[in-house]
Structure formats: C-alpha cells, structure tokens
Design a protein around this ligand. Sequence first.
Ligand SMILES: Nc1ncnc2c1ncn2[C@@H]1O[C@H](COP(=O)(O)OP(=O)(O)OP(=O)(O)O)[C@@H](O)[C@H]1O
Ligand SMILES: [Mg+2]
Length: 270
Amino acid sequence: MLDTVQTLSAAAVEAPYYLPTGDECAVFDAAYRNKLPLLLKGPTGCGKTRFVAHMAAKLGLPLTTVACHDDLTAADLTGRYLLKGGETVWVDGPLTRTVRQGGILYLDEVVEARKDVTVVLHPLTDDRRVLPLERTGETLEAPDDFMLVVSYNPGYQNIMKTLKPSTRQRFLALEFDFPSPDREAQVVAAESGLPLERVKPLVLLAGKLRELKGQDLEEGVSTRLLVYAASLIRDGMPVMKAVEACLLQPLTDDAEIKRGLDDLAVALLG
Ligand SMILES: Nc1ncnc2c1ncn2[C@@H]1O[C@H](COP(=O)(O)OP(=O)(O)OP(=O)(O)O)[C@@H](O)[C@H]1O
Ligand SMILES: [Mg+2]
C-alpha cells in the first residue's frame, strides 16, 4: 500500500510548471471554493497529474496522491486496526488523514479501485461532506479546505470498469486532451530544455501518430513521451534514435504496424 501513496506538504513545494490549455485552473479554483469534488478524464500523459500538483501548490494545500489498483479496498483508504506492541490501534488511511487535516486527496485511475471504495466516497461527495468510519464509530466532517480529486483514462475502461452514474454525477468534471501543437511545443521545450524549433517537428510527428488512434494504435503518443524524446535529444542522442525509443516502440508490439510508424517518422523527420 505504501508505495502507492505519496504526500507533499504545501510548504515543501513551489508550484510545478503547468501551461493551461483552457479555463481548467479557474474551474479547479471554483470547485475548491465551493467545496465540490472534481473528476479529471483524459488520455495518458496529457498533464492531469501535473495539473493537480500545480493547483495544490498554488492553493497552498498539501496533496496526497493514491494510485488506485484493483486490490485497493475502502479500508486501504479509510484505515484499519493494526496490532502494535501487543495492542490493537486504529491507523488512519490516506483518505481519513486528509479529511482530518485538510488538503487535497487525489485518487489516480479511480475506476481501478474495488467497488466498496465508492461507498465511502458517496457521503463525502454530496452536500453532507462526511466520512463515516464504521469500525471506529466516528463520523468525520470534512473541513472547508478538504477537496477530493479523481482521475481516469476513459480509453482504458472496459464495461466492468466504469464509474456508476450515481458516483460520476457527484463530481464536477473536466475533460483533458493534448494541448494544441503550439502549446504542446512550448510545454515540451520548457520541460526538456530543447529549443522550440527543434521540438516542433516532434510535435508534428505526434499529431500524425495520434491520427492513428483507434485504427492501428490503441493510444496516440503522449506529451509525456514527447518530453522523454526531447530530453534525450537535448542530451545528445541522435533524433531518429530518440524517436524510435520514445515515440514509436512504446506504441505497438505489432511488427507490421511498427514498420508503418517508421515510414511516417522517416517521411517527416528523416
Ligand atoms: N499543460 C502542461 N504543462 C506542463 N507540463 C505538461 C503539460 N501537459 C503535459 N505535461 C508534461 O507531460 C508529463 C506527463 O503529464 P502527467 O503525468 O500529468 O500526465 P497524466 O495525464 O497524469 O497521465 P496518466 O493518465 O498516465 O497518469 C508531465 O510530467 C509534464 O512534463
Ligand atoms: Mg497521472
């Protein structure tokens, strides 16, 4: 469990760089001020996690991130009795801790979690804003500076893994997508240190690769992979080598499709 939870105190971090693609910062701000939970959806590597880290730091709130997985239960979030030195003591989970102390709890890939997780989220995400702890008999009221943020990637959902409408309709929702080519080039240049003019052809290739989503590819290339490629080029790796390792190989295991991607890369960059 420990390796899937990360907490950053507000004082420890300067707001990490985030280039907005629309009015998402204002929506986040409004959600926080109105004590509403927020759902972020969008493809992998498009900036959701970075956005939450940026907003938490700007609002001066500690951020606890939980990477959800299919073994994650409600007790992993709320807490459990543990045996310590012969005594049974209650130990808060990350959700309970954040409700007690305030701050943002961010559940990444929330659809992966077990179904019983939604049961503890429901009373927290409507106007009650309470967390009932059955095991201790407590009912905690969330403080004004508590905010729940969840995210998921709709592309990876299957019919078994989707949020029920009764859960989904408790959240304000923001859809994320890759930034426009100009903005994405700015992001990749800022993150990698590679000059803008050298980043632009990579972004152009990414746009073409994204057009193959749903036909040959399950997912298009992410901004994250573009940052990887640009960073390696900045570090001295030849362009085509970095493109191969960062932008093409991660996308497919199918040899024939891969040849098609190689041809596209050579046509654009070769
Ligand atoms: N708008 C942006 N501003 C600054 N950096 C960005 C932006 N969008 C993407 N990035 C860069 O892309 C990387 C990946 O973004 P991030 O980790 O936030 O993706 P994600 O949407 O959370 O993906 P996943 O669904 O896989 O968790 C970041 O580390 C950052 O370098
Ligand atoms: Mg993420």
